[in-house]
Design a protein. Structure first.
Length: 391
């Protein structure tokens, strides 16, 4: 909805979204009111906290639907939300960016002299007048894209002519695809292939992120991580992510008596990956999200590599133990993990759990016995696996 007064343009949320926010907010408030009306004499503090939280959420949603405005008044723009109102004039604005997220995209108005940003949601029901006003600003995404292309064209290390240098972007995409396919194939073989492929696939998953990061360091004008929306460079994040998550799955069937001796090495490797990749966060408009993703991938890679270094080279004879199954439970999330609850056995003196496939979970009953093979570990940190009692 738009209201116009002279040169002033005022935009609300789109009608469908405004109605949805208001109805949801009203629903939360009414439901909490009904629950509070019928609450027992004994007041549960947790229930009170939940009711207050949902009432606050309902008020926020309804208030957002009513109050939110985007206002253009000559050279000034104003963004009004339930909690705050911010405004700026054209001479206070450096430009704008389009920020893409998993849930859509939004505009970010960048103010001069590091004075912050104004966020403009695409939920506002804008029109051609708004688009015309926006086009008076500098498109910082396009400006950054052209600046990188200019640097590539002028860099003699990438070729003898501007066309040869720009062709390096195509070569970089080919290398990135090759690394991603190699990591994906290793992960697929790890999950669905035989145990004889485990070592080769794990080694490949360790080296793919290293190669990808080395390429980005050697040719930063062609490769990057967590690239902005219109950055022309090749984004190697996917190859690094497959390797990091793949290593986590590679050790899914290996269990440790304790991970404590390995934690310093995991942390050290994670910090090294962070330091190696921190340069690629510079200038990223979504720096906090990119930093969080990098922190996650670094942690996964550090965990995966160190656990594999303890288990893969371990060729020492194992010790055999049996453990009694006391119960079962499952952990539900994006996927379901099944556990057998075990009594004390071998080096573990307390009740413990071990993750198992669904086939084992469904065929095992409390009171049954399972067999375990305890290995000393190449880094001298013991680890164990569930094995067939027949073997």
């Amino acid at each position: 909805m738009q209201t116009t007064t002279g040169a002033r343009h005022e935009y609300q949320f789109k009608a469908s979204l405004r109605t949805l926010y208001f109805v949801l907010g009203l629903f939360f408030i009414i439901v909490c009111g009904v629950v509070a009306w019928n609450i027992s004499v004994h007041i549960d503090p947790f229930l009170v906290f939940m009711l207050v939280s949902f009432v606050a959420l309902g008020c926020y949603l309804a208030g957002t639907a009513i109050v939110s405005r985007l206002v253009l008044d000559g050279d000034q723009i104003q963004v009004q939300t339930l909690l705050k109102t911010r405004s700026a004039t054209l001479d206070e604005i450096e430009g704008y960016r389009t920020i893409s997220t998993r849930n859509g995209s939004y505009l970010q108005i960048q103010l001069t002299q590091g004075r912050g940003t104004l966020t403009i949601s695409h939920a506002f029901d804008t029109d051609e007048d708004f688009n015309a006003w926006l086009h008076r600003l500098t498109d910082l995404d396009e400006q950054g894209r052209k600046a990188i292309l200019d640097r590539i064209e002028q860099n003699p290390e990438l070729g003898s002519t501007p066309d040869e240098r720009l062709a390096g972007l195509s070569t970089a995409r080919t290398w990135n695809i090759a690394l991603s396919v190699a990591a994906g194939a290793a992960l697929a073989l790890l999950l669905f292939g035989g145990p004889e492929l485990h070592a080769v696939c794990s080694v490949l998953l360790i080296f793919v992120p290293v190669l990808a990061i080395l390429l980005a360091h050697q040719q930063p004008l062609l490769y990057t991580l967590f690239k902005p929306r219109r950055d022309p460079r090749t984004d190697i994040t996917f190859a690094v992510a497959i390797g990091s998550f793949g290593l986590l799955l590679a050790g899914n069937n290996n269990h440790f008596v304790t991970l404590r001796p390995l934690l310093p090495w995991m942390a050290l490797l994670a910090v090294l990956v962070l330091l190696a990749c921190a340069r690629f966060l510079h200038g990223n408009p979504q720096i906090f999200g990119a930093a969080f993703a990098l922190l996650l991938l670094s942690g996964l890679y550090g965990f995966g590599v160190i656990t594999q270094l303890d288990t893969l080279p371990d060729q020492a004879p194992s010790s055999s133990f049996t453990a009694q199954v006391n119960g079962e439970h499952a952990s539900h999330g994006r996927s379901t993990t099944y556990y057998l609850d075990l009594g004390p056995w071998g080096p573990i003196e307390t009740n413990n759990s071990i993750s198992v496939p669904w086939s084992v979970y469904s065929s095992t009953q409390p009171g049954d016995t399972i067999c375990l093979a305890l290995h000393p570990g190449a880094l001298h940190v013991p680890w164990y696996q569930r094995v067939s009692c027949n073997s």
